[in-house]
Design a protein around this ligand. Structure first.
Ligand SMILES: Nc1ncnc2c1ncn2[C@@H]1O[C@H](COP(=O)(O)OP(=O)(O)O)[C@@H](O)[C@H]1O
Ligand SMILES: [Mg+2]
Length: 274
């Protein structure tokens, strides 16, 4: 079954159970062209579980996923990567003892060829460094001085910039970032947010999971609100106040089909006695 919508990535009716825990409870999702879509929700709402399905790390019990209109069934993160989806995980996903170029090409090392096009076993370090520098320049990662610098000598923000740049380099369809600014200070966060904005502007849509509402309101084109294992609302940051979106997240407010906010508690209190 193909997907008639124009979404880059779409999912419908996802379910994932772990024993008696239902981590994903009938969740829908859609990511559109050219956007940063923020995914927000309380701790335990099921954000990471949802993202794991979309990046191939978890196989759902139920539901369908479409990439560019075609149904996909990922059985591993490698499947999703081959399909053009790169993920930056919550933990800083870099190899500290390697240099920046090495990190950018980790798992995708280039090897040298001889005149006949036969592959040498030796790594094409010069080629990788040049390409790494070109990509970092293109993404405007000016903070990194030397591509041969060991990642363990970089600041947290610079490391995260390397992880984010790596995703942007290799993703052909979209990049998913799980809390990329969680461990960072104010200045470093804004550097990573700028980078995400440039990635979006270069044409690669981004899914951003974040707890930080100011960051979400600063950068998201749309906000997917996740609660109790499912999507309960999608809003544009310009249309609602931050405290209203937080109330959607906690369940104090509910969004109607026509986009009105309804007080859940008042609704319960005013229910006529049976
Ligand atoms: N591998 C797992 N085994 C058992 N329970 C899990 C597993 N992964 C997630 N859960 C449970 O599913 C729910 C959603 O978790 P999670 O997706 O991590 O939420 P979030 O990222 O929004 O904090 C939680 O109750 C969590 O304990
Ligand atoms: Mg999580």
């Amino acid at each position: 079954m193909s997907d008639p919508s124009d979404a880059v990535l779409r999912a419908e009716g996802l379910v994932k159970r772990y024993g008696s825990v239902t981590a994903i409870d009938g969740a829908d999702f859609d990511l559109r062209r050219g956007e940063v879509l923020a995914v927000i929700g309380d701790n335990g709402a099921g954000k990471s579980s949802l993202i794991k399905v979309l990046c191939g790390a978890t196989i759902p019990d139920e539901g369908t996923v479409w990439l560019d209109g075609q149904e996909v069934r990922f059985h591993s993160p490698l499947d999703a990567r081959k399909a053009g989806i790169e993920t930056v995980y919550q933990s800083l996903a870099v190899a500290p003892a390697m240099d920046i170029a090495g990190n950018l090409f980790l798992g995708r090392e280039r090897r040298r060829k001889d005149l006949f096009g036969t592959l040498f076993r030796t790594l094409d370090r010069r080629g990788m460094r040049q390409e790494a520098q070109r990509q970092l320049d293109a993404l405007g990662v000016a903070t990194v001085q030397n591509i041969g610098q060991l990642v363990e000598t970089l600041s947290g923000g610079q490391r995260q910039a390397v992880a984010v740049a790596r995703a942007a380099m290799f993703a052909s369809k979209l990049a998913i970032m799980d809390e990329p600014t969680a461990a960072l200070g104010v200045r470093e966060s804004s550097m990573v947010l700028d980078l995400i904005r440039r990635i979006r502007d270069s044409g690669l849509p981004v899914v951003l999971i974040s707890h930080n509402m100011p960051h979400v309101f600063e950068i998201a084109d749309r906000i997917h609100v996740h609660r109790l294992g499912k999507r309960v609302a999608v809003v544009k940051p310009d249309d609602y106040a931050m405290n209203e979106v937080v109330s959607l997240m906690t369940g104090a407010l509910r969004l109607t089909e026509s986009g009105e906010l309804v007080d859940q508690k008042a609704e319960l209190n005013h229910r006529p006695a049976e």
